[in-house]
Design a binder for this molecule. Structure first.
Ligand code: DGL
Length: 285
């Protein structure tokens, strides 16, 4: 685990922004829920597009990225950090909480619990990255919540990259999803868990493949509710009735991110560039 830095003694305040990060645009599926549920909060979103996709990288490497981004967000005064990325949560959530005990962290885990509670057929499918499936977090979710339920998994190779390019419905994305979902349907799944934050952008395509009888679970609303709950518990909600400011940063290129944001309804977004200097993330002047 990386050594604790001066930020481990950091005290969050209500006027700080909410920090949110992902390897790329996936976490925007969580951000839009946060903005709906917490409209008066400022948010700083980091897309680590220099490194996307995270899902095929070793967990240790993803952990280093998550620590670098966390240190950057703390240097910007954030009051809570949302790991809007299942892969980063699998790699780093536990060690981030140990290293920064004063910072509230919200992580993602595949929503196997609600799936297991509501399935009628007793068979559910989970779509997530290879790294997420390898992590201890997923193993513990399965052990705790999937007793008596059959769980099929698929990594949907290439789908994150398609979504990064703004492809929500091309034949390429359809083929990736059909390869994942058609065998699961044959095995009688009635629930699909989206265990990667990129995938909510292709829910219409998923639903078209599996049909209306299959429930697709996007955990983003629950994650936004948990963010609200933690801020309220710690008296960190912003006392304002003016809409919060949204700020976006990418370690990749500005234009594709701008296009993506506009496509999903964030018009004229403020975006700036950051870059990696060894294991630190810094502003591009
Ligand atoms: N959106 C991320 C997740 O939830 C990461 C996908 C990737 O970069 O491979 O896992």
């Amino acid at each position: 685990m990386p050594a604790a830095t001066a930020e481990s003694s950091y005290d969050p305040t209500p006027c700080g922004p909410i920090g949110v990060f992902d390897s790329g645009v996936g976490g925007l599926s969580v951000l839009r829920e946060i903005v709906t549920q917490l409209p008066y909060e400022d948010v700083l979103y980091i897309a680590d597009q220099a490194h996307v996709p995270y899902g095929r990288r070793p967990l240790e490497e993803v952990r280093q990225f998550a620590f670098g981004i966390t240190q950057y967000l703390l240097s910007k005064g954030v009051k809570i950090i949302v790991l809007a990325c299942n892969t980063a949560s699998a790699a780093a959530l536990k060690s981030l909480r140990q290293t920064y005990p004063k910072i509230p962290f919200v992580g993602m885990e595949p929503a196997v619990k609600p799936a297991a509670e509501s399935t009628q057929s007793g068979v559910v499918g989970v779509l997530a990255t290879p790294a997420t499936f390898q992590g201890e977090l997923y193993a513990s979710v399965i052990e705790r919540f999937a007793q008596g339920v059959t769980v099929y998994q698929h990594t949907c190779p290439g789908l994150v990259q398609q979504i990064e390019q703004g492809d929500f419905d091309s034949p390429v994305s359809r083929k990736i999803l059909e390869d994942a979902l058609l065998p699961m349907l044959k095995s009688n799944i009635d629930t699909v868990v989206l265990g990667c934050t990129h995938y909510p952008f292709v829910i219409p395509l998923i639903q078209a493949i599996v049909g209306d009888q299959v429930r697709v679970i996007d955990p983003a609303p629950a994650v936004a509710r948990q963010t609200h709950r933690l801020l309220a518990q710690r008296n960190l909600l912003r006392d304002s009735n003016l809409p919060g400011n949204l700020l976006f940063a990418t370690s990749g290129r500005l234009d594709p991110l701008r296009k993506f944001l506009e496509r999903i309804g964030f018009l004229s977004p403020t975006i700036y560039r950051v870059r990696w200097q060894k294991s630190r993330l810094i502003d591009v002047a």
